[in-house]
Write a protein that binds this ligand. Structure first.
Ligand code: HEC
Length: 131
């Protein structure tokens, strides 16, 4: 019983005194502003990141790094509207912030991740960005 109590105390000391490692990349001020705009204007009602979101418009995870797309391409959509995408009245500054947000989202990974390889042991290896 005593050894159980000792183990309990040690376990809890270790668990509750070690800081959690925060490896998520920090976003820039500008990107955080962009994220706010993304939320306030409910872009996620129609767009997805990593497949999650509304399905009226395309996934935006890699819209910045996709071939023939990029910051200028994204900005062109924002105030013009297309098909079911509404017109917005963003200032240049707001468009830059949104583009910066999408740029930093893009840097987090690939979607869909097409370069997955299954090894003989059953592990699936996927390609990461920032590594
Ligand atoms: C009511 C639904 C709707 C909302 C809200 C919406 N969009 Fe869209 N968006 C669309 C649709 C639909 C398309 C596809 C248009 C096409 O290519 O014909 C699109 C296309 C885009 C594209 C081009 C993507 C590509 O890969 O070609 C970008 C970038 C984009 N939207 C950004 C945004 C941002 C940022 C917001 C929020 C400020 C937003 N959208 C809000 C429906 C929406």
């Amino acid at each position: 019983m005593i050894s159980l109590v000792i183990m309990f105390v040690i376990y809890n000391t270790v668990v509750y005194t070690q800081g959690t490692s925060n490896e998520t990349p920090k976003m820039s001020e500008q990107a955080i502003k962009g994220e706010q705009l993304y939320q306030e204007n409910n872009c996620t009602a129609c767009h997805q990141f990593y497949g999650l979101g509304g399905y009226l418009g395309p996934d935006l995870t890699n819209v910045i790094s996709q071939k023939n797309k990029g910051p200028a391409y994204v900005k062109a959509f924002l105030n013009s509207g297309i098909k079911t995408m509404p017109k917005f009245n963003f200032t240049e500054e707001e468009k830059d912030a949104l583009t910066q947000f999408l740029t930093e989202v893009d840097q987090t990974g690939y979607y869909p991740n097409k370069d997955a390889e299954t090894s003989a042991s059953g592990w699936v290896g996927i390609k990461y960005k920032n590594r």
